[in-house]
Design a protein around this ligand. Structure first.
Ligand code: 5GP
Length: 383
């Protein structure tokens, strides 16, 4: 575990509000007199970005257990609670800065953080929301001694309206055109509760973003029944009745796929250009409830993952992500450690996986090449 902690890492799948430290959430709730209604938000002894682990006085094997199971529904109940506490610029600044510190503490050298722009209050509209996050990233890169390159992906929440999605795309394009933030905003994501909304409605907006030079990642095939035809209101009924949402997403050819748990088997071997997958081990075990029958054991749960074994065996392009470190009680080192233990991988395979994942980053080519060289050199020194 402590060797893995030292290696340089690449984080391509992390949601800002899902990174909130539990201690921060409780402090903000108290400060703002918010009663957290979700029973999952119970203070635990291990708070604030597992500083105990970083200092090395925790039991490594204990990390492989899942102390607080979270189903998909539990997670979305929790996500609904967080904006009640992160409801102004100060709290947004705080969680952004803490998230950056937490990733840097695990030697993440390249971070693509994603967030859904929100209207927080009368002073903070969606534009100010993004400016705040970008501002914190700028300050962090300039002042923090450890070097971490930060990029932002603007997310669309599929449970919200098409109008909201359109606004988010407009903003992402506007920020991309501005010289101050052009490099910083690299892509768009479609996420949010996978049992709500419909990809077909968001597709034209994502296409517009793509035309403007933004890279696209889609949360895809997160739930077993992916055929959302019953929800379709805007698209052609006849084509939709045989056309599952997952297939429509794959046909869209996004630059990356998030999770991709329930995708037709034929897809993996049939692609001319394989679409990289952002895979988040702890998150998948939790939301698929894979550890339920193995005494809550994360590692054994991960061994039941529908795709990971095959992806690893076929050297499918993968990026290992944390998804929501605050909600899933995880961090980038822990995700690699879990993968290593569940699939009996040696550290050089893990290092190769990390190095390769930089290839799937959305930043410009020069930044990518520079970071690839740095990561390679650092890996060589460590191995
Ligand atoms: P935010 O965009 O508010 O900064 O980050 C939290 C949001 O990210 C959640 O409310 C949810 O919309 C999205 N999110 C976080 N984790 C997941 C996930 O595992 N799957 C999906 N589909 N969306 C997620």
């Amino acid at each position: 575990y402590f060797f893995l902690q030292k290696i340089p890492k690449v984080e391509l799948h992390a949601h800002l509000n899902g990174c909130i430290r539990p201690g921060t959430l409780f402090a903000l709730a108290e400060e703002k007199c918010v009663t957290l209604s979700s029973h999952h938000f119970q203070p635990t002894k291990k708070n604030d970005n597992d500083q105990t682990l970083i200092q090395g006085d925790d039991d490594e094997d204990a990390l492989l257990y899942n102390v607080q199971p979270r189903s998909l529904q539990d997670c979305f109940d929790m996500f609904a609670e967080i904006p009640r506490c992160v409801n102004d610029v100060d709290s947004l600044r705080r969680i952004t800065l803490e998230a950056l510190h937490d990733f840097a503490a695990h030697n993440v050298v390249y971070l693509e953080l994603r967030t859904t722009p929100k209207v927080l209050n009368a002073e903070c509209d969606k534009r100010t929301y993004l400016e705040t996050v970008l501002g914190v990233m700028n300050e962090f890169e300039q002042s923090y001694t450890r070097s971490m390159t930060c990029r932002l992906i603007v997310a669309i929440d599929r449970s919200l309206s098409e109008e909201e999605a359109c606004e988010n795309v407009d903003l992402a394009i506007a920020f991309r055109k501005s010289t101050l933030s052009a490099d910083r905003i690299v892509g768009m994501d479609l996420g949010g509760n996978p049992t709500r909304g419909d990809f077909h409605c968001f597709r034209p907006h994502l296409e517009r973003a793509r035309q403007a030079g933004l890279r696209i990642t889609l949360h895809c095939g997160e739930v077993a029944d992916c055929d959302m035809t019953s929800n379709i209101t805007h698209a052609d009924e006849t084509s939709c009745s045989t056309y599952s949402e997952v297939q429509a997403m794959l046909d869209f050819h996004p630059d990356r796929l998030g999770h991709a748990l329930f995708v037709p088997n034929t897809f993996w071997s049939s692609q001319e250009r394989r679409i990289p997958v952002e895979t988040c081990p702890t998150s998948n075990v939790m939301t698929l409830e894979l550890a339920q029958h193995v005494r809550g054991h994360l590692m054994e749960g991960l061994q039941q993952h529908p795709q990971l074994r095959e992806w690893l065996d076929t050297q499918y392009p993968l990026a290992i992500g944390t998804d929501d470190p605050g909600v899933f009680d995880t961090n980038p080192t822990k995700e690699l450690w879990l993968l290593c233990r569940a699939f009996d991988l040696n550290v050089s395979i893990i290092c190769r996986l990390v190095e390769q994942s930089m290839e799937y980053a959305f930043c410009d080519e020069a930044t990518k090449r520079r970071l690839q060289e740095d990561i390679h050199e650092e890996m060589l020194l460590l191995l």
